[in-house]
Design a protein around this ligand. Structure first.
Ligand code: HEC
Length: 169
């Protein structure tokens, strides 16, 4: 009887000891900066990366920045910069619908299928009036897609209010 009690006591101590070690590993994993390498397997790593890379909002944020730079470039008549930003806007929107394929149909219809090339040609003309006409088409395409995608509230922000082509002010 005595031996039995001693054996169970040892078992309890061992079990709680192991529990302690386990908890400690969990704790150090939570505290580690190696958020990918510490994941148990590649599936979990891809899941973490997928979450980290977000959806359509983050590319749109970048598109917004580049759109503002594009506007500034046209004011300075810096057409090389305008063309550069316009190119990056296309790439960024394409990367956006890589992640959110449901946005592709409208992105192509409103911007990439036809209007993108028209705007590109307008900047390539390096003619001030033509370039601003191109910008106006770009701005309208952005805003129309926001309406079609049911995020029309995006159009009511300084980014769009402050980028009306100069001749239209
Ligand atoms: C697919 C059609 C589509 C096109 C084309 C489009 N957008 Fe968007 N935009 C969206 C959607 C959808 C959202 C909201 C994203 C979300 O809810 O995750 C958005 C959000 C935004 C945001 C807010 C980002 C944030 O999180 O603060 C900005 C800025 C923006 N768009 C700028 C632009 C500009 C500038 C253009 C044109 C160069 C443009 N968009 C073209 C669909 C579009």
């Amino acid at each position: 009887m005595k031996r039995y009690a001693l054996a169970s006591l040892t078992a309890i101590c061992l079990a709680s000891g192991l529990g302690y070690v386990h908890a400690q590993t969990d704790q150090s994993r939570r505290m580690s900066n190696a958020w990918l390498l510490d994941a148990p397997n590649d599936t979990e790593r891809f899941r973490l990366l997928q979450r980290y890379l977000r959806g359509f909002d983050q590319p749109m944020w970048e598109v917004g920045e580049r759109y503002q730079k594009l506007y500034d470039a046209l004011k300075l008549e810096n057409y090389d910069m305008a063309l550069y930003q316009w190119d990056k806007i296309k790439v960024t929107i394409q990367s956006g619908y890589l992640k959110r394929p449901a946005r592709k149909a409208n992105a192509d219809a409103f911007l990439l299928d036809q209007n993108w090339a028209v705007v590109d040609a307008a900047f390539k003309s390096r003619n001030k009036a033509k370039a601003w006409d191109g910008f106006e088409l770009a701005r309208n395409s952005c805003m129309s897609c926001h309406e079609a995608e049911k995020v029309a509230f995006m159009n009511n922000q300084p980014l769009f209010h402050d980028t009306v082509p100069p001749a239209k002010r």
